[in-house]
Design a protein around this ligand. Structure first.
Ligand SMILES: [Mg+2]
Length: 117
């Protein structure tokens, strides 16, 4: 049985810098190859996890020619082996460390030197 990966769209698969309601930025360099490797390993079922409008997200996947890799698009948290998200903190069981991590948290794309690739 394949493990499910829930993969976020904005900030993971695209060159996201700010939210625009009817526009999804272009695909991030390396994203297609990343999805292809996961898909071809036959170990994972890929689910696009996004709060974006469903039709807009679907069109974007087709436009970027990566719709084939995804089993579905959802905005619901489903049971999954791994969630891949630019706004996630990894909880390690320690609330005090998590409080510190929350204060320090920055999305990687806010830091220009990490942004491009
Ligand atoms: Mg995101």
């Amino acid at each position: 049985m394949k493990k499910r990966l829930m993969i976020d769209l904005d900030g993971v698969l695209n060159n996201y810098t700010k939210y625009e309601e009817n526009f999804i930025p272009e695909i991030k360099e390396g994203a297609k190859e990343f999805l292809e490797k996961l898909y071809n390993s036959e170990k994972y079922e890929l689910v696009l996890f996004t709060t974006r409008n469903f039709e807009l997200a679907q069109k974007w996947l087709k436009k970027e020619n990566i719709d084939y890799y995804f089993k579905e698009i959802t905005n619901l948290k489903k049971p999954a082996s791994i969630y891949i998200d630019d706004r996630a903190l990894k909880f390690n069981g320690n609330f005090n460390e998590t409080l510190k991590d929350i204060e320090k948290f920055r999305v990687y794309w806010e830091n220009k030197k990490n942004y491009a690739r």
